[in-house]
Design a protein. Structure first.
Length: 312
């Protein structure tokens, strides 16, 4: 039996699968950041104790940079206590004899979408996750592409405006990550008319005590023909397409998959990226890669983690 684990900043997921690859058990647990890495390790150990079938292999998608060759965590930007921890060795102690592989969560989600999600059938797949940060992963012939340690495919750190003596510059992550779009919406609110669907939806949420994640209202606002929502989605799509044009010129994938929380804007965002991408791609590379919306949702990382061990 295989075990696939997602270790994020807010949730922990563990999936098991049988030899044909069918998921047999799902565990989802909330993470308490105050308990740090030790709290998460205790949750993993306790969950493993609940699994009666012998575990032959364990794949992990970790929310941060890792040394995939050794299983050592570089750091977590959300949870303390992970820096330098050898998660691979720890898991082998928990399940003696099991094969273990640790990867960055964006890489693992890319593998999940390429092998079990929306991009099955494509040879070269690039996945971009649009969440609190912006990350990426590249799958070639059903295998993850790896550069030099400690990572690769970090599309969120591409510069849109290079830093200079007078400016800190601006990256893709600083422009179209979930928190960046939330911030844009909040800054626009005072300028919007009172009958704006987007303004009304955000204000109602704030009045109800919920702040942040304003971007979740873009899709319903778009459906309600809110012009500002339409403008923002087109802007996000254009910026993302610019970043993906660099991916196209470097790797020329057959398919690009949009994942993460911001991708829940759905078809309007996919269409905006697809429309803008050819403008930034040289003519010799036309038609530009097909742009797809991720299919696996919150299952992408644990399913991809199971696929990490598919050939073990």
């Amino acid at each position: 039996m295989r075990l696939g684990i997602e270790i994020g900043g807010t949730k922990l997921q563990l999936f098991t699968s049988d030899e044909p690859g069918q998921i047999t058990q799902r565990f989802r647990l909330a993470i308490d950041p105050a308990k740090g890495a030790e709290g998460i390790l205790a949750q993993i150990a306790s969950t493993i104790d609940q699994i009666s079938t012998p575990i032959q292999s364990i794949g992990v998608g970790f929310g941060g940079p890792v040394d995939w060759q050794t299983g050592r965590i570089a750091t977590s930007h959300q949870i303390g206590g992970w820096s330098g921890f050898n998660l691979g060795e720890w898991l082998q102690q928990q399940v003696p004899g099991a094969q273990v592989r640790i990867e960055n969560d964006a890489n693992v989600a890319a593998l999940g979408e390429a092998l079990r999600g929306v991009a099955t059938g494509f040879r070269n797949v690039f996945y971009v996750t649009l969440g609190s940060g912006v990350g990426g992963g590249m799958v070639v012939d059903r295998q993850l592409y790896h550069g030099a340690l400690p990572g690769e495919a970090e599309i969120g750190h591409l510069w849109l405006v290079p830093p200079s003596e007078s400016s800190e510059g601006q990256t893709i992550e600083q422009t179209v990550s979930g928190w960046a779009v939330d911030q844009q919406i909040r800054s626009l609110l005072p300028q919007l008319p009172d009958d704006s669907y987007l303004k009304q939806a955000v204000q109602q949420a704030h009045e109800g005590g919920t702040t942040g994640k304003e971007a979740r209202f873009l899709h319903p606002a778009y459906e309600a023909s809110d012009p500002v929502a339409k403008m923002l989605i087109e802007q996000i799509g254009s910026v993302l397409a610019l970043g993906l044009s660099h991916v196209t010129h470097l790797f020329h994938p057959d398919a690009i998959v949009l994942g993460g929380g911001l991708s829940l804007i759905g078809e309007p965002l996919r269409a905006a990226v697809r429309q803008a991408l050819p403008r930034f791609v040289m003519k010799a590379f036309h038609p530009a890669p097909i742009v797809l919306l991720a299919k696996l949702g919150e299952d992408a990382v644990p399913i991809g983690a199971l696929e990490l061990m598919g050939d073990e």
